[in-house]
Design a protein around this ligand. Structure first.
Ligand code: SF4
Length: 441
């Protein structure tokens, strides 16, 4: 997709100058803010490739769509005036859609930035939470921070490739003195010698606290961590007090993420935002963030609801293929009543259980440590998750389940038709959509 905001004429003609572009990845947090600001104010801090007039410097930000508005406010108040003063080129980008082929939106490309564009609705881009909401998942604590590569690294790479082409460039990244382990992975990305990564904050031996002190001395504010409101890495001992204060200060922008967690946990009881560290709701209750809890509850109650059928086929304790299907839509009362009536119709065999704020009707549960094994249940929750199953799911499912469960599924489907007057999918029918939907589980 082309830029939603038209791009100004080239701010420097890369093809006509011998200067090496120096791209500062500006995530808006304390470390990269200190790095960018010190690059402007302290010539001794600059890499040798940077021209004296800073004309080959590009400060680059990717918006995830879920950043706290207060972070963008600070950048507007303290950093943008400096970028304007030094006539530094600022580029702000975001994703245009969930797939790579959807491209990016260039939110601004200017040497006189006046504001940031963090709000995806106002500025027409695709937020990380939009994608996760439709899939019934949250950013994950484990693994390789896929959320960050998708929502930040991806759009920045697309823009840089388009602008810089195959020319060598210097890439400044704000890892702090304690993030040597992240540097090891990042430095390995050289793009065949085109990319020279530098880590000015780390090289200067500056910790996050040093960066905050530096910015406090300059601007008189304690610079916060830049992060998504639903970041799973924000729940640690050191980060949570700051994050909690933001949940308390900005309940309206935070509440949708709490509602998202409610739905995600409905579909997977083990999927609280902080993994083994518990759920966002629990932490906010402990922190007495009453306004955001109340707003989220209101939104959940007022939403359209669905009765979902959820199946997982496990090949190992933490490795599963998932299928989610909506079998009924209505309001909260009708969806929860239908679940109870369905349990009544099926008699005593399946279990209707109240677990962690949700009621699930279990058709099959995991047990023991032999794999593959399956789980299947029905649960009512706000209707925001799309029908989705990995390609080949039903073939795999049928190799993993016994006749008893298949019979119970048929019985459940018949009961649903009787109760709702509409057709509910059986395992065989669900393959209709399984062939066309793939994605995160
Ligand atoms: S701030 Fe957290 S949730 Fe957002 S992209 Fe980065 S790691 Fe993912």
């Amino acid at each position: 997709m082309e830029a939603a905001v038209s791009r100004p004429a080239p701010l420097f003609e890369l093809q006509h100058t011998g200067a090496t572009p120096v791209c500062w990845s500006y995530g808006m947090g304390a470390e990269s803010t200190a790095g960018v600001v010190r690059t402007l104010l302290d010539p001794g801090f600059r890499p040798p490739e940077l021209l004296e007039d800073l004309s080959n410097l590009i400060v680059m930000t990717a918006q995830t769509g879920d950043e706290w508005s207060s972070t963008a406010d600070l950048v507007e108040r303290h950093v943008l005036p400096l970028l304007r003063q030094y006539r530094v080129r600022m580029v702000e980008v975001a994703r245009a859609g969930p797939a790579q082929r959807d491209g990016i939106v260039v939110l601004q490309d200017t040497r006189t930035p006046q504001r940031m564009h963090a709000d995806p609705v106002e500025h027409g881009f695709f937020a990380l939470s939009d994608e996760h909401r439709g899939n019934g998942v949250l950013p994950q604590l484990g693994g390789s921070r896929k959320c960050s590569s998708k929502a930040k690294g991806g759009p920045l790479d697309v823009w840089r490739a388009r602008e810089v082409g195959s020319r060598p460039y210097v890439h400044a990244v704000g890892f702090s003195a304690t993030e040597g382990n992240r540097i090891v992975g990042d430095a390995a990305v050289t793009l065949g010698g085109q990319r020279r990564a530098i880590y000015p904050i780390h090289a200067a031996g500056l910790s996050r606290e040093d960066c905050r002190d530096y910015l406090h001395e300059l601007f008189g504010v304690w610079w916060p961590k830049s992060c998504c409101r639903q970041c799973p890495f924000s729940g640690g001992k050191t980060g949570w007090p700051e994050q909690l204060a933001r949940f308390q200060a900005l309940p309206a922008e935070a509440a949708p993420h709490l509602a998202d967690e409610y739905v995600t946990v409905a579909l997977n009881k083990r999927s609280g935002l902080f993994g083994p560290g518990g759920t966002l709701r629990e932490k906010l209750e402990l922190g007495q963030a009453t306004a955001v809890l109340a707003l989220a509850e209101e939104a959940i109650a007022a939403a359209d609801w669905a009765l979902y059928r959820v199946r997982r086929c496990y090949s190992a304790p933490a490795a599963a293929w998932r299928a989610v299907e909506v079998v009924h839509r209505g309001d909260r009362l009708s969806a929860t009543l239908l679940l109870a009536e369905l349990a009544d119709r099926l008699g005593r065999r399946p279990g209707l259980r109240h677990e962690g704020g949700h009621t699930r009707l279990w058709l099959a549960e995991r047990h023991g440590d032999r794999y593959p094994q399956v789980e299947e249940f029905y649960v009512a929750a706000p209707a925001q998750v799309h029908d989705k199953a990995r390609e080949g799911f039903d073939t795999r499912w049928r190799t993993c389940v016994g006749e008893d469960l298949l019979d119970l599924e048929d019985e459940t489907a018949a009961a649903l038709i009787d109760l709702t007057g509409t057709s509910a999918p059986t395992s065989a029918e669900s393959s209709l959509f399984a062939a066309t939907n793939t994605g995160p589980q």
